[in-house]
Design a protein. Sequence first.
Length: 285
Amino acid sequence: MVEPTPSPAFDLKSYKTDVHPVWCPGCGDFGVLTCIYRAFAAMQIQPQNAAIVSGIGCSSRLPAYVNVYGLHSVHGRVLPMATGLKAARPEIEVLGVGGDGDAYSIGGGHIVHAARRNPDICYIVMDNEVYGLTKGQSSATAEDFSGGTTPYGKIEDALNPIAMAIAYNISFVARGYSGKPKELAELIQQGIEHKGFALLEVLSPCTTFNDNYKPITQRIKNLPADYDAANRQKAFATSLDKENTYLGVFYKREASTFDKRMADLQAHAQDGKPGDIEKLVDRFI
C-alpha cells in the first residue's frame, strides 16, 4: 500500500489573513500576493519568523494581506525600515514591498545605500509605470504616458531599474512578471534564500490607469538557459536591451551581509583590550 504524501505544515491558506484586498479587478498585485504565499509555503516559513515592510501606495497595502509580522511605513522608507528590522532581528526573514513610485522616486536615494550595506532582505518592487493611488500620474519608469499631469506626454527619460541595480552592484538582481506566477514564485523564493540584498523588479500592470498587459506580453522573454548571472558586464549589457524585456535573475554575487558585519564588529569591540577606548578618546583631546 502506498502511503499518502503528507500535506505540508503550512499551505497557502496559512499565510492568508481575513483582510480582503482592495485592489482594482485585474490588478497585477493580486498575482504578486499569491506568489508570496506560494514562496512562503514552498519554504515552509513559520509566520512568526517573517516580516513584510511596505511604504505608501496601492501595492504597499500588501502587509495586511499576509499572516506574518507587517509594518506599513512611510513613503519611500521601506529600505531603511527593513534594514533596521533585519539588523535587530537577524533570525527572521524580512521582505520589503512597494511600487515603482515608492521605490524609485521618493525612495530612490535609499537603494544605493542598501546596495552598500547588503542587508539580508528581499525587496519586491511592483512596477506599473504609474502612480495608481493618486489617480494616474506617470512614474519614473514610464516610457511614454499621457495623463492628468502630463496631457501631452512625458518629457523625462524613463528609469531602467535593472541597469541601475547592477550598476550599484546589488548582490541579487532579478525581474519577474505577475502574469507568470510559477516563475515569479520561484524568483521570490530565490530572493528570500539569497544571503544579501535582493532586488526583485516585478512587472505588475495597473488595469485602471495604465493598462499595458498586451505590450508587456509582446516584449517579455526569459533569459537564455545558458545565461551567466555571475557576469556583471554581460548582465549590464542585457539590461540595456531595448528590443526585449527579459525575465529571470540578471545578476548574483556572494558578499558578507550587513547583519553579519554588525555581529563581527560587536564581537571585535567586546574582545577589545582594556584601555583601547581610552586610547581612542585620547586621539581627539
